[in-house]
Ligand binder design. Sequence first.
Ligand SMILES: Nc1ncnc2c1ncn2[C@@H]1O[C@H](COP(=O)(O)OP(=O)(O)OP(=O)(O)O)[C@@H](O)[C@H]1O
Length: 760
Amino acid sequence: MSAANHPAYREELERCRYTLDYVEKSLERALEKRAKIGNELEYVQRHMSGDSSADYTSVIVNTMLHDTLALKVRNLYTARNKPYFARVDFKESGTDKTENLYIGKMSLARDEDQEIIIVDWRAPIANLYYEGRLGASSYICPDGTIDGDLLLKRQFAINNGKLEEIFDIDITTNDEFLQTYLGANAENRLKEIVSTIQEEQNRIVRAPMWKPLIVQGVAGSGKTTIALHRIAYLIYTFEKTFEPENFMIIAPNRLFLNYISEVLPELGVERVKQTTFEDFAMELIGKKFKLTDANDKLNMFVNHNAKSEQAAYNDRVREASVLKTSMHFKEIIDNYILKIEKAFIPGQDFMLGTKVIYTYDEINNLFLTQYGMWPIAQRMNEIKKSLASRLKISKQQFITQIEAECDKKVALARLKIPDEAERQKAVLEAFEKRDRVIEKIEKVSKTLVKEYVESLPKLSPYQYYCELMEDSGAFNELAGSYASAEVCEFTRQYTLEILKSKQLELEDLAPIIYLKYKIYGMDEKVPVKHIVIDEAQDFSAFQFFVLKKIVKDSSFTILGDLCQGIHSYRGVRQWEEIVEEVFEGRKCEFLTLEQSYRTTVEIMEAANAVMGKLESLSMFRGKPVIRHGEPVEYISKPSFNDVAGDISKKIEAYKKLGHKTIAVICKTMEECRQILPLLKKSHKDVGLITGNENEYKSGIVIVPSYLSKGLEFDVVLLSNANRENYPESELDTKLLYVAMTRPLHKLCIYYVGDKSALLE
Ligand SMILES: Nc1ncnc2c1ncn2[C@@H]1O[C@H](COP(=O)(O)OP(=O)(O)OP(=O)(O)O)[C@@H](O)[C@H]1O
C-alpha cells in the first residue's frame, strides 16, 4: 500500500530519515578516510625505496584498506538510495525486549555504541524475514537456535531515499510486494532480488557449503539469480575463512557471463571468478586452444532435412559425443594411463660408469608399486630422490674404494721402490690418477639423475591425448568394451581430424584435464574452494568429475533444468547419475525450485503443455506465480516473408507500449540470418546474437533458440514453429520449451503451414 496510507507511516518515515541521515554521515566519514589512505598510499609509492620491506608492507596494508573502503563507499551510495527493504520485530524467549530489525543489502552499525541500524540480509537473524512465520519462530546462529516471537514482518519500497510503499505480511506470503517486482519490464541485465527471495529459494541460498548441492529448477525459477545470491551469502558467512577469489561461477558462455555480470557488484561482492567451462579448462590445461563451435553440432542434430548419408553421419557424431562425455571415457583414460605407466620406465639399469646403482626392475617397481598411488609427476620426483640418494651413497663408496686403491698403491711404492725420485713419481702418479678418476665421477654423477629423468617420456596431457587418438590399435582395444567397433573407430578418426586442424571440441577438454590430473594430481594453484555451476544440465558427468578431482578441496552447487537439456547427448539425463558417478554415492543435498517467477500463467501453461509431450520430464512442470497476462498468440502466415512483415509491425506496436526488450527467436542461426535483413528494413536497431559477442546488448534482438537459454525478454516473437521446424523429437521439444519460457509478458508464435504437433 502507498506508504502515506499506512498507519505506521509517521514512525517509519522518521526511521527512514534517521537511517538516511546516518548513511550520509557514514558516507562522509568513509570518503574522508578513503581519501586520506589514498594520499598516504600515493606518498609511500612515490617515495618508496626499492629494498624497504616496511614500505612494501605499508603499500599492501593500505591498498587492502583502500579497497575495503572503496567497497564500503559504493555500498553506502546504494544505501543512500534504498537503505533497507524490510523490518522484522522479534522478541527473544526469556527477554522483555523486542528488537526492531531493519534489513538491507549491507549492515550498518552506529560508531558510538555499535547499535545495529541496518542488518545485512545474509545475517542469521535476517532469516526470520525469509522463512519466519508470525508467532513462535526461531533462527539458527553460530551459538545455536534462538527461539522467540516474530511480532511483525514488514516490507518497504524506498526509492531515491523516498519511502513510497509499506506492506505488512501476516503469514508467509508477500505476494503483493513480489508482484510489483515481477510486473516490471526486463532490464538489460539480470538483477539482484534480495528483498523478494522466496522460501524455497532461500533454502538454496543458505544451504550448507560443504555438502554437494544439486538444484533442479524449472525455467524462470531463479536458478541463476539464486546461484549468485548464494555466493554472496557464502562470502559473508565465511568471511573469516575464505576470500571472494575462493568462489567461482561457471556459466555457459561469455555472453551469459556479461548478462549476469551486474548481480554480484549490486550485492556488494567483488573478485569472484566468473568463467565458462571452456576458459577454465584451458587455464587448468595451461594452454590456449581453438575450440569448435558446439552450436554447429546442435544445428546438425536439429537439421531434419539432412540427406540420409548426412543423417547417418550425424548419428555417428552423436554417438561419438556420447562416448567421449560418458564416465566410460574416464575408464578408457584410466586404462590408457595404465598402459602408459607400464612402458614409462626405460628398460635400462641406472648406472654410474659400469656400476649398477638401480636395476630397471627396482625402478619400475618403485614407479608401479611403491609410489603407484601418486600421480606420475610426483612418482618421478620420488624416484629422482631415490636415485639421487643411492647415487650419493654409491658414489661415496666408489670414491672410498678408489682412495683405498690409491693408498694401497702409494704404500706399495713406498715399500717396493728404493729410488726416491722414482718412488715420488709413482706416488704422484697414483695421486693424480686418483684425483682424475674422482673428478670424473663427481662430474658424471652431477648430471646423471637429470639425464635419466630427461630420458623419460615428456608429460604433456595434450600430447598423450593426441597419441591415444593416433594409435588406432590402442584406442580400439581400450574403447572396445564400451562401444561397437564402428563407433570406436569413428570416434577416433573424428577426434583426430579435429586435433589435426589444431582445434579441440568441448568434449575433448574433460579427458585432457583428467590426463593432467592423473599425471600431475590436483592443481594446487587454483584458489577456488566452492564451484557454482549454472545451466548444469548441459554438463556431462565426466566434466563434473574432472572439476571435482582437479580442484583441491572443492565443494559444489549445481543448478540446472533437465527440461532445458538441449545438449543432453552429452549432458546429464538424471541428477542421480551425478550423485552416483561424480560424488560416488556421497550424501548430496537435492533441492527443487518449482515456482516460476519470470513469466505469466498463460505463457507458463502453454510451455508446460509442450514439455508434457516428453513423458520422462513431464513431472518438472513450472508453477507460475499468479500473474496473469494476455493469452499466447498463435499466428499462421502463408510465407516466411509474411511472418517477417508481421513481426516488424508487432515490434513497432510493442515498443510503443513501453516494452524495452523484444526477442525474435528463430530455431537456428540460419533462420536468424534469413529474417535479419527483412526486419532491418524497418528496424535499423535490430541486433543479431551470434554467441561470439562478449557483451550482452538487449533491446530488439534476433536470437537462435539454443542461445536464448538463460536470457529473458519482455516480449518473444517465435518465428516459425511449424511441423517441419519442430517435429516431435526430444531435442525439438526442449528447444521449443526454452524459447517459449523466455518472455516476461508476451509470447507470439508464428508458423507457416501446419503448426507443430508439439503445440496442439
Ligand atoms: N524471488 C524473486 N523475486 C523477484 N524476481 C525473481 C525472484 N526469483 C526469480 N525472479 C526473477 O525471475 C526471472 C528468472 O530468474 P532466473 O533467470 O534466475 O531464472 P532461471 O531459473 O535461471 O531461468 P532459466 O532456467 O529459464 O534460465 C528473473 O527476472 C529474476 O529476476
